[in-house]
Design a protein around this ligand. Structure first.
Ligand SMILES: NC(=O)c1ccc[n+]([C@@H]2O[C@H](COP(=O)([O-])OP(=O)(O)OC[C@H]3O[C@@H](n4cnc5c(N)ncnc54)[C@H](O)[C@@H]3O)[C@@H](O)[C@H]2O)c1
Ligand SMILES: [Zn+2]
Ligand SMILES: [Zn+2]
Length: 290
């Protein structure tokens, strides 16, 4: 009998914790692999990207085991795994990557060429990302373990901070990547759209990179209050549909040096209703040229 349980997508608005198969040392196409480990999941997050699937906004099929933000303990390893031991506590980057293809060698592990026959890029528990089984579960298999896994050097210290460290698999690097790509740096004035976990991570990253002012816009009052509490300039988008005016209330100018979209395609507009392009359009208005 299997001892595994996982969060299974059943259809729009419906997920359930169910008995699922135990992970195997096998790729999604069934090939035996020895470069994998089996993890006992220690902690995991629900991603904003999971919500797109759960809300029925994607072509995800019923039966998909969700979860791509995994932190776990190695409980079994394949014979090709050389750098990890049973008992190690590890963070799992959400992208499944081989470490050997042209993209991986160029550090573009998000578009690994070998882990998804349909297109570049793989992930756990996600529609169209190669069929790797998700980790909102008790146990999960991670391939190319030596390459993919980030081992925490000290088990006890890792467990003390495990809820913070859980952010390392997706949310923090996604926000950090956004801040770096937007060019946030010493003295920058930064606008982050969205006060969700990714927006907060982007804002924190902009601060680490040296930004002078970091604004976060959202409609959600609770999230804005939290953003303000941790030291960012909260911009309440319900007050006006003119983002430049709201930005000028903070800095005196309606222009920022860089802007980061941490909302995505389910963006809403002032006054309610969905408008997928609103964030990008507003960012083009308020961000200085180049
Ligand atoms: N690596 C990746 O590519 C990656 C990783 C994680 C998340 N994501 C994506 O990032 C986005 C954010 O993720 P999250 O987990 O923080 O999601 P979330 O749903 O928790 O947060 C999104 C926030 O955006 C707010 N919002 C809606 N319309 C807005 C607007 N016009 N302006 C400003 N804020 C607005 C919402 O009120 C909400 O608070 C999602 O689309 C998710 O799919 C991408
Ligand atoms: Zn994610
Ligand atoms: Zn690769």
């Amino acid at each position: 009998m299997s001892r595994n349980r996982g969060v299974v997508y059943l259809g729009p608005g419906k997920v359930e914790v169910q008995d699922i198969e135990d992970p195997k040392f096998a790729a999604p196409d069934g090939r035996r692999i020895e470069h994998a480990v089996i993890l006992k999941v220690v902690s995991t997050n629900i991603c904003g990207s999971d919500q797109h699937m759960v809300r029925g906004r994607t072509t995800a099929e019923a039966g998909l085991v969700l979860g791509h933000e995994i932190t776990g303990e190695v409980i079994e390893k394949g014979s090709d795994v050389e750098m990890l031991e049973v008992g190690d506590i590890v963070s799992v980057p959400f992208n499944v990557a081989c470490g050997r293809c042209r993209c991986c060698k160029g550090q573009d592990t998000g578009v690994c060429l070998t882990v998804n026959p349909a297109r570049a890029g793989g992930a756990y528990g996600y529609v169209d990302m190669g069929g790797w089984i998700g980790g909102q579960a008790r146990y999960v298999m991670v391939p190319y373990a030596d390459f993919n896994l980030l081992k925490f050097p000290d088990r006890d210290r890792a467990m003390e901070k495990i809820r913070d460290l859980t952010m390392l698999s997706d949310i923090l690097p996604t926000g950090f990547h956004g801040a770096v790509r937007a060019g946030a740096g010493v003295g920058s004035i930064v606008y982050v759209a969205g006060a969700g976990p990714v927006g907060l991570a982007a804002a924190a990253s902009a601060r680490i990179l040296g930004a002078a002012v970091v604004m976060i816009g959202d409609f959600n009052k609770e999230r804005l209050a939290h953003a303000a509490k941790v030291g960012f300039e909260a911009v309440d988008l319900s007050k006006s549909d003119r983002l430049g005016d709201l930005v000028a209330e903070v800095t005196g100018s309606d222009e920022v040096d860089c802007a980061i979209d941490a909302v995505g395609f389910e963006a809403r507009r002032h006054g309610g209703g969905e408008q997928p392009a609103i964030v990008l359009n507003q960012m083009m208005e308020i961000t200085r040229a180049a």
